[in-house]
Write a protein that binds this ligand. Sequence first.
Ligand code: ADP
Ligand code: TRP
Length: 329
Amino acid sequence: MSDQKTILSGIQPSGKLHIGNYFGAMRQHIRMQKEGDAFYFLANYHTLTSINDGELLRQYTLDVVLDYLALGLDPNECTFFAQSDVPQTTELAWILGCVAPVSLMEKGVAYKDKVAQGLQPNVGLFSYPILQAADILIYHSDLVPVGEDQKQNIEICRDLAGKLNRAFDAELLKLPEEYIVKSVAVVPGIDGRKMSKSYNNTIQIFDEGKSLKSKVMSIQTDSTPLEEPKDPETCNVFALIKLFAADDKREEIAEKYRAGGYGYGHAKKELLGMITGYFSEAREKRKELVKDMDYVHDVLKEGGKKARERAESVMEPIRSNTGLYRSFK
Ligand code: ADP
Ligand code: TRP
């Protein structure tokens, strides 16, 4: 094994990815692919906690793969794969579940949030952090770049790794370092709430044409008349502009807001141009990739093979130490 740090992160293929996902997670994943031995995966087992439609999950999975590749994830720089191609993950999740106190899991805030949002309170959703811990621990990961919302899951992961090591008095699992990415602030959706696949308020990364335009034009703003000065810092349109604009451009637009005579319609047009331009190269690349799905499947196949090999090397001593019988190699 190399002496590079192992970086690992996952994203759920639970819907079309949006610009909140891009600025909050994907951009960091793509930037970090050269900074270590990076493993990135599609958390499709996790998505089964919320989607019960095989066709849809298959389609979303390929959409996410295409999105990442189009945006610059390079399979020669990282290992890119589907979680379901590494069955050792669920094997380890069961074993971790057997040292996980129910009281620890009951402290999980993500479960409560998701149930409050209307998701079915199934056992998969409740034990989601155990599966996430297995995702991380099965590769002896060092760094897990995730947003602030995932902090508790990483703490649970470290906790469970320590418990398993102590229970069997062996260094079976490596505790990952805490690595919360200081990303952009929460990206607002077109209704002003957090942009999220669950709120139907997203601007998708690969939206274009009329669909993109109608979403941008429907971003909620207050009713300050065109001629009056406006505060850019309280405006949803400006919050999005800030993500795309270089410093000087951002300042120039902020000045126009403050000066008055600049309407939200003007700002929206500006934003529309920015989104179109920012993702134009990726949009073209995605269209090319769609024409060569064999290549896309090959990427996952290669990534899955590499990930399984690493996972198996971590799983072997765990089977042996826990005393699990196995009659085949
Ligand atoms: P969603 O809420 O759309 O289902 P996920 O919970 O699957 O998104 O998040 C995937 C990743 O994208 C996470 O790392 C999360 O922190 C990031 N992310 C999601 N929505 C936003 C947002 N509105 N602003 C910033 N980051 C976000
Ligand atoms: N829970 C993460 C999210 O919703 C996705 C995820 C699953 C993940 N397993 C992981 C992230 C392991 C990092 C490491 O965004």
